[in-house]
Design a protein around this ligand. Structure first.
Ligand code: ITT
Length: 211
């Protein structure tokens, strides 16, 4: 069984639409997250931590809201900013900007303890960066040949920051508008069809089906 290791049930609801029935289940584990300026290293190291905990194939994701007029803030710090400021204050800050364009980005990390030599494309470069970012024990695979391989999948959706609207979704969905609707106003199917996580899940599901 593949485990989506997350404290967030909303992520798993989105993933279930992409994978065969009953092939994925949530494991509610708050793995330690490294600090980094990119999502890839955070997802890669998270996948390793989650795999060590679960001892079965795991999927984790790291996502964030990148506001153009704030040079990408809150980005990898989105969780902390949601908890401390809250999404309404993020909207208030963005409301003063000339440029309210933003993007959601998501990086999925998959780890099952095996390497991916048999898969058509090898371990992502991002994973090597992740290993380097994680410190000496997880550094360059040549220096730490037993670092667990992780496969990364990325997705992205452009939009803009608006006053909160809608009851669905989670997190920043009410203040992120894409094509005239906030993600919180969309059905799960519609959000999946356009979202950062949906795009990343689509790539993952295609690769995983062959694995
Ligand atoms: P886990 O780390 O346990 O998976 P999390 O909700 O903290 O759960 P992230 O670190 O990936 O997940 O999320 C970073 C922040 O971005 C957090 O504040 C989320 O609420 C928000 N976020 C992630 N995906 C989102 C989405 O699809 N729509 C709206 N907000 C999202």
């Amino acid at each position: 069984m593949l485990r989506y290791v997350t404290t967030n049930p909303g992520k798993v609801r989105e993933a279930e639409r992409y994978l065969p029935n009953d092939s994925i289940a949530r494991l509610d584990f708050d793995y330690p997250e490294i600090q980094a300026t990119e999502l890839g290293p955070i997802a890669a190291q998270g996948a390793r931590e989650a795999y060590r905990h679960a001892d079965e194939p795991v999927l984790v994701d790291d996502a964030g809201l990148f506001v153009e007029g704030l040079d990408g803030f809150p980005g990898p710090y989105s969780s902390y900013v949601e908890e401390t400021l809250g999404i309404e204050r993020v909207h208030d800050i963005a409301a003063d900007l000339d440029d309210r364009r933003a993007a959601f980005r998501c990086v999925l990390g998959y780890c099952d303890g095996d390497d991916f030599a048999a898969s058509p494309d090898p371990v992502d470069r991002g994973d090597r960066n992740a290993a380097a970012a994680a410190g000496p024990d997880e550094g360059d695979p040549e220096a730490a040949p037993d670092a667990l391989p992780v496969k990364l999948f990325e997705g992205y959706v452009p939009g803009r920051i608006v006053a909160p609207r809608g009851e669905g979704g989670f997190g920043y969905d009410p203040i992120f508008e894409h094509d005239g609707e906030t993600l919180a106003e969309m059905s799960t199917d519609r959000k999946n069809a356009i979202s950062h996580r949906g795009r990343a899940l689509e790539k993952f599901a295609e690769w995983y089906a062959d694995r």
